[in-house]
Unconditional design. Structure first.
Length: 269
C-alpha cells in the first residue's frame, strides 16, 4: 500500500511538473528563434579617429571601428584560421544599468575587412543582465546565413575554447567550436553560399554585434586573449592590423599582439 501511494504521488508530481517544463522549453525555443532572426555580425565598420590615442604598448593603432576590436591579417590564400581563448565573465560597463542586457562576442573569421563580400566566422557570445550571465556558441556565413547557435556544447566562465574556420572553396567551408575544458566539440558545414570569400583577411575579433539592425549594448568583457592564433596551420599574427572599438568619441578597447600567435583585447572604458 505504501509503495502504491508513493508511486501515485510521484506520478502526480511528474504530471504537475510537466507544464512548467514545457513552458521553459518553449521559452528557450522562442529565444533561439528570435536570436536567429535578429542576431548577426557585420563587416568591419571603420570610424575616423582624431584622438591620437595609442595602445598601452605604445603602438599607434592603424584602424578604429564601431564594432570590431582585435587583429586582422591581410594577405592571400587564407584557408584556415584558428585561435583559443578563456571565456570571460562579462559585466555591465561602469554606469550601466542592472536592467539592461549587455553583450560581446569573441570569434575568428575569414574576410570581412578589405574583402566585404562574405565572412566565414564562428565564436562565442557572452551576455549579462543583472546577475544573470549566459554564453552561446554560434556560426555564421555573412551575409547569406544569420548567426545560428550550436547545441550540445555548454560553456561557462573559465572554460578554454578553441574556434576554427576552414574554407573548402570560396562558397563553402566549416566552422568548429571546441570546449577544450570539457572535451565537447561541434561543427557546421556550409555549402553553395552566394556570398563569396576572397580568402584575403584572417581575423581574431571581439565584436559589438548587431541585433534588430543596431549594435547591442556593449558588455565590459574584461580581457579576451587569443592564443595559438594561426593561419593555414603556420602563419601567426605578426604584421596584423590592430583594431579598437570607438563609439561616440570614446575608445572602448585596447588591443595588441604579443609574439607571433597571441592577440590581447581589454575593455577599457
Amino acid at each position: 500500500m505504501q509503495i502504491s501511494i508513493i508511486a501515485a504521488l510521484l506520478c502526480s508530481n511528474l504530471v504537475l511538473g510537466a507544464p512548467g517544463t514545457a513552458m521553459r522549453r518553449q521559452r528557450a525555443a522562442d529565444r533561439l528563434a528570435e536570436r536567429r532572426l535578429s542576431r548577426g555580425s557585420n563587416t568591419l565598420q571603420r570610424v575616423d579617429n582624431e584622438l591620437g590615442v595609442t595602445s598601452k604598448n605604445g603602438t599607434a593603432h592603424v584602424e578604429y571601428s564601431s564594432n570590431w576590436a582585435g587583429a586582422v591579417l591581410i594577405g592571400s590564400g587564407y584557408k584556415t584560421v584558428t585561435g583559443s581563448f578563456v571565456v570571460p565573465t562579462p559585466k555591465a560597463p561602469s554606469g550601466g544599468s542592472s536592467s539592461t542586457t549587455y553583450s560581446a562576442s569573441a570569434w575568428v573569421g575569414i574576410d570581412g575587412d578589405t574583402c566585404q563580400t562574405a565572412i566565414l566566422q564562428t565564436g562565442v557570445d557572452f551576455t549579462v543582465r543583472g546577475s544573470s550571465v549566459s554564453y552561446d556558441a554560434w556560426y555564421e556565413w555573412y551575409p547569406d546565413y544569420g548567426a545560428y547557435d550550436f547545441s550540445g556544447i555548454p560553456i561557462k566562465a573559465g572554460d578554454t575554447i578553441t574556434v576554427t574556420v576552414t574554407a573548402s572553396s570560396s562558397t563553402g567551408g566549416t566552422a568548429t567550436v571546441e570546449n577544450v575544458t570539457t572535451g565537447k566539440k561541434v561543427s557546421h558545414t556550409f555549402t553553395s553560399q552566394s556570398g563569396s570569400l576572397c580568402e584575403t583577411n584572417a581575423e581574431w575579433i571581439v565584436e559589438d554585434y548587431s541585433s534588430g539592425g543596431s549594435l547591442v549594448s556593449f558588455a565590459d568583457f574584461g580581457t579576451v586573449q587569443f592564443t595559438g592564433a594561426s593561419v593555414n596551420g603556420g602563419t601567426g599574427v605578426s604584421g596584423a592590423t590592430i583594431i579598437d572599438i570607438q563609439q561616440n568619441g570614446k575608445i572602448l578597447t585596447d588591443c595588441s599582439t604579443s609574439g607571433s600567435s597571441t592577440v590581447v583585447c581589454e575593455y577599457t572604458s
